[in-house]
Design a protein around this ligand. Structure first.
Ligand SMILES: Cc1ncc(COP(=O)(O)O)c(C=O)c1O
Length: 396
């Protein structure tokens, strides 16, 4: 967890960067991010490619940081492929997973040597040339329920993602008829039941083995997706447990493994700051980040973000507490970040509210609703802050 001292330092230093239009700030904590990335790498065998999901936090400086550390990038659209390339990612560390690739997008990526391009359906294979230099993979729907929340569960029988594993015969036939060299599976976000996921991985490997029995060495890469919920790094993490399961299943195999984690990497490595603009009736605080930044939280179930109040000098305000609802700035009734949270009773206009664990699926989902300006993004390296991007207007 990002320490109180570090949030204090960022607020104190940000006085040099902010003016009165900076009503909120989006912060990346680089030491926390780097620690998580190292933990991820240590949990899997050394030759695994970790392609971090661009959609979770697509800030160009973030992508560059990940690439500079040697990580790959998973792109959900051709725009994200282009962003990955612009960040310096070599094509053989990019995974392209869009479920609606156009013919011209496929023409373009077919020649990107080493890029892993996963098809969403067997029909999509017909759009590829006979000898692409990218690595073509088939997304397989493992048809399991790992406990992911319904909206993020992509592995049910009726899922729009991938070819159901129950169609193994059709997958085998298609793989033998096309230049397929990889299989892909992403069971869904926030998986809870790793034993179910173990079975899904075993069925993916069996399918690859089956293809290789018919055509030796054809499948060389297995992309096992992402999907672990965010967690703090402790002695017994799900990530370490999952890495051990993966190593157990693939220990004796030659497959090159690829992962696509998003929120596990990013969520805990970021926090946000908003000015308190109004305090009404000692029970409602209005801030400058709402459903535009916390889109998923406003429209589904809000994550339990840890909230604290600070003064301009970076001193945490403490003392007797009252319960407050935290209202966002957008003009619709559902724009609340939290209800009934305990904050210092004398929280007042001009204070900073810090919101922890905001690194994933926040900036990435920035909404145009009410056309508010995307805040300044800054990075903290443990000592000093750097501006990653200035405030950006989105309405013209
Ligand atoms: C294909 C694919 N890979 C990876 C991810 C990242 O998932 P997570 O953030 O749960 O790790 C997603 C998320 O939607 C996805 O759709």
């Amino acid at each position: 967890m990002i320490s109180t001292q570090d949030i204090s330092k960022v607020i104190a230093q940000s006085q040099g960067h902010v003016n009165e239009q900076d009503t909120s700030l989006i912060v990346t904590h680089l030491p926390a991010l780097n620690e998580r990335l190292a933990f991820l790498s240590d949990s899997f065998s050394k030759n695994t490619l970790h392609a971090i999901a661009v959609k979770t936090n697509p800030h160009p400086q973030m992508l560059k940081h990940l690439v500079d550390l040697g990580y790959g990038l998973e792109a959900a659209s051709i725009e994200e492929v282009n962003m990955a390339i612009a960040a310096g990612c070599s094509p053989d560390k990019i995974v392209f997973d869009s479920p609606v690739k156009t013919r011209s997008e496929i023409d373009c990526v077919s020649g990107m040597t080493g890029m892993l391009v996963n098809v969403n359906s067997l029909g999509e294979l017909d759009r590829f040339p006979a000898n692409p230099t990218c690595v073509v993979g088939i997304r397989v729907n493992p048809q399991v329920h790992t406990g992911a929340p319904e909206m993020f569960d992509v592995s049910r029988n009726e899922s729009k993602f991938g070819v159901p594993v129950s169609n193994a015969e059709a997958i085998l036939e298609a793989a033998l008829a096309h230049p397929v060299q990889a299989l892909h599976m992403h069971s869904g976000s926030q998986m809870k039941d790793l034993e179910v996921q173990r079975q899904a991985l075993i069925s993916l490997k069996q399918l690859a083995d089956q293809i290789n029995t018919a055509s030796p060495g054809q499948i060389h890469t297995l992309d096992i997706g992402g999907g672990l919920p965010s967690e703090s790094l402790s002695e017994s993490t799900r990530m370490a447990e999952y890495g051990a399961i993966v190593q157990d299943i693939f220990a004796d195999s030659q497959y090159h493994l690829v992962t696509e984690f998003g929120q596990w990497v990013h969520a805990e490595a970021g926090f946000a700051l908003s000015r308190v603009e109004y305090v009404l009736d000692q029970s409602r605080v209005f801030i400058h980040l709402g459903a535009d930044f916390f889109m998923r939280d406003a429209y589904t179930k809000a994550r339990p973000f840890a909230l604290n109040i600070w003064d301009d000098a970076g001193m945490q305000i403490q003392g007797p507490e009252s319960n407050f609802d935290i209202a966002g700035p957008l003009c619709f009734a559902g724009d609340y970040l939290a209800h009934g949270v305990a904050l210092p009773a004398d929280t007042s206009e001009g204070n900073w509210l810090s919101i922890r664990s905001t690194g994933a699926n926040t900036y990435a989902l920035w909404s145009r609703h009410c056309s508010r300006t995307v805040p300044k993004c800054i990075a903290f390296d443990g000592e000093k802050t750097t501006i990653w991007s200035e405030r950006t207007t989105i309405n013209y």
